[in-house]
Ligand binder design. Sequence first.
Ligand code: FE2
Length: 511
Amino acid sequence: MKADSEMNAEKPSKAANSTTAQPSTKAAGRGLEYRIALAFGFMSFIPILLLVWAMLNQIDLSVVIILVAFSAFVGYFLIARRMVKSVLTIVDSARAVTSGEKPKTVELTDQNELGELARVFNRITHDLEHKVEELESSRQLVKRLLSRIGTAIVSYEGIDQILSLILENAAGALDAQLGSLLLVDGEKQELYVKMSWSRDGVSSAPGYRPKLGEGVVGWVSREGKPMRSTAKPENLGFTAGSGGEGAVLCVPLKLREHSLGVIAVLRERADKTFTEDDESLLGSLSSQVAVAIENYRLNLDMERTYVETIMALAIAVEAKDPYSAGHSKRVGFYAMHIGKQLGLDAETQRILNDSGVLHDVGKIGIKDEILLKTSALSPEEAKIMQQHAVIGQAIVKPVRSLHKVGDLVHYHHEKFDGSGYPAALKGEQIPLGARILCVADSWDAMVTDRPYRKRLPIEHAKEELRKLAGKQYDPQVVTAFLRFIEEREANKASHSESSLAGNDPSSDIST
Ligand SMILES: [Fe+2]
């Protein structure tokens, strides 16, 4: 494809050379006007000569007519036919272009106006072909970009992943070596680097925070207008000395005239300036990015409100029963520490804490006469009560940030030997987090007063856990929990109680 276009590219230049030779063509007297005059001569002047010659020599009129017709035919055949053929060739090529066929070069070597017309036509079709190729290439680029962005949205893991993908692909598409996405810190009236991409692994400068109006990125953000200029990599938030001045294109991230930040891309070579088309492409993309960022922020606010509502529900459930006050918070605390003992990462520990706080939120859907009943539940009532695990999952799971919490809430009453509910899962079929919750929940129930019994002494409760390890509880979870309790007891013995006060929800119970 490229070779073709390069070959074709030579033709117009030859044509252009021929164009410059036009005055000499005219001087040689071989222009279209000359040819028409010649044809006119054959078709009118020569018949007159023939008539004169026939009259002088008393030649038969029919012979004269034949000779006149013959000379007209020769005139057409030698001159007019060639002109008509040239015009038809150009017309055919023009028709082919308008019907969407690939333009063909018109092969006319005439050194006259028709030849010049053919060369101009070739130049136009070549330019057209070049533009079509450019458009096709842009179309493919946009298609690839949309496809990649689409894939990222399907496997959506967060706004950062999408922004990173957009930045990388936009910079790559624009043949840039560096790209940055900076957001506005409204409080400080500064920009900070949200995302950066480098083709050659140039690292971003930590703490780069230009003021609004400062440098290219600051100016674009404050003015809300795109800019094509030159800048050094450090002006886009990359480490100082990572390159010389290059060509930069910076567009604002604007939403309803409100500046959210900028996207900037940089080419290493300052002479490889960005075009208006490049600016337009990045501008379109930036509008979408601005909408995505705003939606993400709105969703985050909405989700935060929903999480707060669920947390309030969990507290409301506890408030119904004075015996369970603080229970959920303590279960979260224990679950988090069991996770820590088992070497689970910080994110999983956070999930365990949230799961503990929310594990019984589904009780909001259970009637008070069952929920607050102090005597033993009938089999029907017990069945209704068991629904709280399923209801709890239904409340929690729609929240993206609590998605994993939903499963743990669902299975927190499953038992290691398969005798639990609601799914009677067994052993490792039960999610580890749910096995942890089960131990934490049971422990807190054992060591606190209940309407139907007094709290168990700590040693008795420990013994109970050991006894039921492998039956009701996962043995490794029991071991981890007992280790936590023992470490805590040792810690209490060597430090003052106040060291845990304030952030230890279990401080109201004795271990
Ligand atoms: Fe429960």
